[in-house]
Write a protein that binds this ligand. Structure first.
Ligand code: UD1
Length: 340
């Protein structure tokens, strides 16, 4: 495939930074936009270090029309991968309007600016959370959306906006990737997940216990209708997620219009199974105790990952042991996260 210039919004974030590595290693040029609201500029230094390549970076809020337009004027952008968004489910119930403004407003301004500059190719970062409280496992792209919190609704609304944009602007080609639970880190240990503040998500929480920054995991509920009673998720290695974006770019020209694909492994792992796998990877028992269910959690979310394989011949290549080994490797090498 011929190299392109790819604008990556949220390029300093967890999935964005790993995707920049894959894109650069495949010979593409990258332009990054990030406002660093939940990321670190030093992640981009690490991307340069891993790839030996340089790229342009802009500190821009996606809702800033003039600022965004200036980036499109400065570079011959061929395609866009749009990660930049707020993503904490609990927080979204506290500040829903911020979520709508940043996630939906940012996306509509992005697609509008793309259109003004005749850029027609977009890969959008969506989420399995749009399926809501579905016990139908595994979940296929054809299952109905039922978002149960403002974060999930914002992702579903973005999909709707992009899908409608494709109806009325026929030259647009948009692929939405619905991630299940991305975890892990780059195998070099130089890039990983480093949330600001106390982690909401289970994997950075486990890693921070292992380096002594936190003491004990609260397992949120052991009374779910699952074999060990704890909730089941479809964890996927972040490098597999990043690789899927590189491949999605290659398929944007297959046809115009809007398409969605699940991004998961197709297998479920319970919280206790994850704790055991991570304990094995880091060589220490992770202290944990059973706590009450977390508001808004669902029993099980597993991807039907057949579609992306059928259409593109793409499937995940890394397993749970790889995810735990790499997450631990990053945390061990960077006990306090990225340098500030
Ligand atoms: C959620 C969202 C997902 C979003 C992701 C990133 C849903 C269904 N999913 O994933 O779309 O992209 O956050 O913010 O809303 N757990 C514990 N103890 C902890 C933390 C988590 O037991 O301290 C459990 C949770 O109950 C859950 C599992 O670990 O069963 C995974 O939790 P988490 O990593 O927060 O991800 P999700 O909530 O699945």
């Amino acid at each position: 495939m011929k190299p392109e210039t790819v604008l990556v919004t949220g390029g300093a974030g967890f999935i964005g930074s790993h995707t920049c590595v894959e894109l650069l290693e495949a010979g593409n040029d990258v332009v990054v936009i990030d406002d660093y609201s939940n990321s670190h500029p030093s992640a981009l230094d690490r991307v340069r270090e891993i790839t030996g390549k340089s790229f342009a970076v802009y500190e821009v809020d996606l809702r800033d029309r003039a600022g965004l337009s200036a980036v499109f004027e400065a570079h011959p952008i061929d395609s866009v991968i749009h990660f930049a968004a707020k993503k904490a489910v609990g927080e979204s119930t506290q500040i829903p309007l911020e979520y709508f403004d940043i996630n939906i407003g940012g996306t509509t301004n992005l697609i509008r600016t793309m259109h003004q500059h005749e850029v027609t190719r977009l890969v959008f970062s969506s989420s399995c959370s749009i399926y809501g409280d579905s016990s139908a496992a595994p979940l296929s792209e054809a299952d109905p959306a039922n978002p149960t919190n403002p974060y999930a609704l914002s992702k579903w609304m973005c999909e709707q906006v992009l899908s409608q944009a494709c109806v009325y602007i026929p030259e647009l080609s948009v692929i939405a990737l619905r991630y299940f639970n991305p975890i892990g880190a780059h195998p070099t240990g130089r890039l990983g997940e480093d949330p600001l503040g106390v982690p909401n998500n289970v994997m950075p929480y486990l890693s921070q216990i292992a380096v002594g920054r936190l003491t004990e995991l609260s397992v949120f509920g052991d009374d779910y209708p699952t074999p060990d009673g704890t909730a089941i998720r479809d964890y996927i290695h972040v490098v597999d997620v990043a690789d899927a974006h590189r491949v999605a770019l290659e398929h944007l020209d297959d046809r115009d219009g809007f398409r969605v694909f699940n991004l998961g492994t197709g297998s479920g792992v319970s919280v206790l199974e994850l704790v055991a796998a991570f304990s094995k990877a880091c060589g220490k028992e992770i202290p944990h105790r059973i706590a009450g269910r977390r508001l808004g959690d669902v029993a099980s979310l597993i991807a039907d990952a057949a579609n992306i394989d059928r259409e593109w011949g793409w499937r995940t290549r890394r397993d749970l042991a790889d995810m735990c080994r790499d997450a631990w490797n990053f945390q061990r090498q960077n006990p306090e996260g990225y340098p500030v």
